[in-house]
Design a protein around this ligand. Structure first.
Ligand code: CP
Length: 307
């Protein structure tokens, strides 16, 4: 089976069959990752560049590890230590790298649409590792994989996405994916951090009441307050945000049922999530990170044309 697209620019472009294929392929790679020898020869002779114009820990290491587990050759690019810092354009940089016979590009960029622009100009397969406030498709795929593992499926699961929805590419990709797979989505946060027309545009429920939202959901995917993307004051202080929308152990213990806590990372501990929640048995945050490697192996393998 093959994906209906030759790049992974966003979940918006995938259909339900594509998502199911990626998740089932990831399950096979997760089995490989449990073996003493965690490596397969699937991408031998494939060369991949990891092009990171924006900081990353989880996504960058996860892609690098996925590529190594698949036996691909990899090169890593960080904008701050490259000729981009001397003013070289994105297109010049990528065309120079591709002239060294690179087959696939994994790319993170602060500009929304940067990977879509590249896809119009270069022949290599492109995987979006997060573009501005637009999409973070592999995060949504690993989140879905983790929910599916915990809840035994996605159909009908009630997922609350809580926090800074306005600046979140993770929220957008999760909403597209969860709806395509039949899950129900509510976004919750202060009115200033939720786009005004999100209900009409993306078909989600909107709530400004954290307690009610937590009572409703099976899974709470808690997002980071993205201070680096905010150019105006959208809430009074981090302390007040924590009081109104932070998730504490006391709040979780007051609910009628035990819900699953997720976070894409990095966590602002004591702001959107208290430490005793992040580190509790209800949290699957580190399972999300573990699953990220298998999911990215699946995406790389399916887009490489080697399947
Ligand atoms: N979740 C995520 O994208 O984390 P990084 O920014 O560390 O890659």
């Amino acid at each position: 089976m093959q994906l209906s697209t030759r790049h992974l620019l966003g979940i918006k472009d995938l259909n339900k069959e594509d998502i199911s294929l990626i998740l089932s392929t990831a399950a096979q790679f997760k089995e490989v990752l449990q073996r003493p020898v965690k490596k397969v020869p699937s991408l031998r002779d494939v060369t991949i560049v990891n092009l990171f114009y924006e900081n990353s820990t989880r996504t960058r290491f996860s892609f690098e590890l996925a590529e190594k587990r698949l036996s691909a050759d990899t090169i890593n690019f960080a904008a701050s230590s490259s000729s981009a810092a001397k003013g070289e354009t994105l297109l010049d940089t990528v065309q120079n790298i591709l002239s060294m016979k690179v087959d696939m590009v994994v790319m993170r960029h602060s500009a929304s649409g940067a990977p879509h622009f590249l896809a119009q100009h270069i022949p290599a397969a492109i995987i979006n590792a997060g573009d501005g406030i637009n999409e973070h498709p592999t995060q949504a795929l690993l989140d879905a994989f983790s929910i599916q593992e915990k809840m035994r499926g996605l159909e009908g699961v009630k997922v609350a996405i809580i926090g800074d929805i306005m600046h979140s590419r993770v929220a957008q990709s999760n909403i597209y994916l969860l709806h395509k797979m039949g899950a129900k989505v509510t976004v919750c946060g202060p009115p200033t951090l939720i786009p005004k027309y999100i209900q009409q545009a993306l078909g989600v429920q909107v709530s400004y009441n954290l307690q009610e939202t937590l009572e409703w959901c099976d899974v709470a995917n808690v997002l980071r307050i993205q201070l680096e993307r905010q150019n105006q004051v959208l809430f009074s202080s981090l302390r007040e945000y924590n009081i109104a929308y932070g998730i504490s152990k006391k709040l979780l213990d007051s609910l009628q049922k035990e819900i699953v806590i997720m976070h894409p990372g990095p966590i602002n501990r004591g702001v959107e999530l208290d430490s005793d929640v992040a580190d509790s048995k209800q949290s699957i945050i580190l399972q999300q990170v573990e699953n990220g490697v298998a999911v990215r192996m699946a995406v790389l393998y399916l887009l490489s044309g080697k399947n």
